[in-house]
Each structure stands twice: as structure tokens, then as C-alpha cells.
Design a protein around this ligand. Structure first.
Ligand code: SF4
Ligand code: SF4
Length: 173
């Protein structure tokens, strides 16, 4: 039977996690390290040790924002952002409730926004997230202030190649 490590490697379909020699350059550069319950280096070790439940129940996998700083710093090109995607998908498939409140709803709002126009429209995404989470009024003042300062564009053009966007979503079904 496939081990946790083998499954993660198969689904990443790139550089195997065993290439990591735990230099921790990724962890030192990750902007979310201080918020994570296990830092990236620990998550990699836990995968190598087969700690499936602990990894899939961690907040780390949901806090990663896919900025790719880690892979840029990694001397072995371990694709941690892709690994986090895989782990989130595995957590959903295993019926694990994300440790971070409403984070799955945020991801869903993000994807449904991309599905509509091929790129993010921040005010629309905020509305979608608020409706999904039921958390209607928090951050309202900040949102208004950002709008007034021109930090949020009320309209953003759809991508020209919506066919490719639709194809991408079809492939993930
Ligand atoms: S930077 Fe690469 S080799 Fe170093 S700990 Fe992170 S994943 Fe492992
Ligand atoms: S991609 Fe995720 S894990 Fe890597 S540096 Fe960015 S937030 Fe941290």
C-alpha cells in the first residue's frame, strides 16, 4: 500500500520530497512562518515520517498563500507551494475540517471569482466571501478605506482567453 510520502510525491509529480536536506532556507523566507502551527521544514519532516493526520489537520497547509518564496530559496527546487496545494486537496478528500475558520470559504470565493472573469475582482470576491462565510460586517471599514484610496478597483477587465480558463476548470472536475 502507498505510504503518505509516496502519495504526496506522486501527486506533486515533480521533485520528490526526499531531496530536502532540511537547511530551512524555505522556512526562514516564508512570510507566514510565525502564524503556522508547524513551520514548513517541520511539515516536510512529518510527511517523511508518515504523520498523515497531524499534517492534514495542521493550520500550516491552509495558511500558505502560494507566494513561492520557498521554492525560490530552496537549493533543491522542492516545490512547497505545490506540496501545500496537494495537502489541502488531500485534507478535503479525507473530510478534514480546516483548522482555520472560514479559510475554505475564502479559497472557494477566490476560485469562483477566477471562474467568472479569469482574474480576481477584489470587491466582487469580498462580496462572495462574505456571503459564503456569513461574516458580513467585519473589515467593512478597512474595505471602504481601501476603496476610497484607490487600493481596490471596483471593476477589472475579464481575461480575453476565457476558453482556456473554462478548459482549466473542466480538467479539474
Ligand atoms: S529550502 Fe529546500 S532543502 Fe532546505 S529545508 Fe526547505 S525544502 Fe528542504
Ligand atoms: S508558498 Fe506558502 S509555504 Fe512557501 S513561502 Fe509562500 S506562504 Fe510560505
Amino acid at each position: 500500500m502507498e505510504t503518505f510520502l509516496e502519495e504526496v510525491n506522486r501527486r506533486i509529480d515533480g521533485v520528490p520530497i526526499q531531496r530536502c536536506y532540511h537547511c530551512r532556507k524555505c522556512t526562514a523566507g516564508c512570510p507566514l512562518t510565525s502564524e503556522m502551527d508547524y513551520n514548513i521544514n517541520k511539515i516536510i519532516k512529518m510527511i517523511q515520517l508518515g504523520m498523515r493526520d497531524e499534517v492534514l489537520n495542521s493550520s500550516t497547509i491552509w495558511l500558505c498563500v502560494s507566494c513561492e518564496t520557498c521554492i525560490t530559496r530552496c537549493p533543491n527546487q522542492v516545490d512547497i507551494a505545490r506540496m501545500m496545494d496537494v495537502l489541502r486537496q488531500m485534507a478535503i478528500e479525507s473530510g478534514v475540517t480546516p483548522k482555520e475558520k472560514n479559510i475554505l470559504k475564502f479559497h472557494e470565493a477566490f476560485l469562483s471569482n477566477i471562474k467568472i472573469g479569469g482574474r480576481i475582482n477584489e470587491p466582487l470576491m469580498m462580496v462572495q466571501y462574505k456571503l459564503k462565510s456569513g461574516d458580513l460586517f467585519s473589515d467593512m471599514a478597512m474595505g471602504m478605506s481601501m476603496l476610497m484610496r484607490g487600493k481596490l478597483a471596483p471593476f477589472s477587465p475579464r481575461t480575453k482567453d476565457m476558453k482556456s480558463v473554462r478548459r482549466m476548470f473542466e480538467k479539474t472536475k
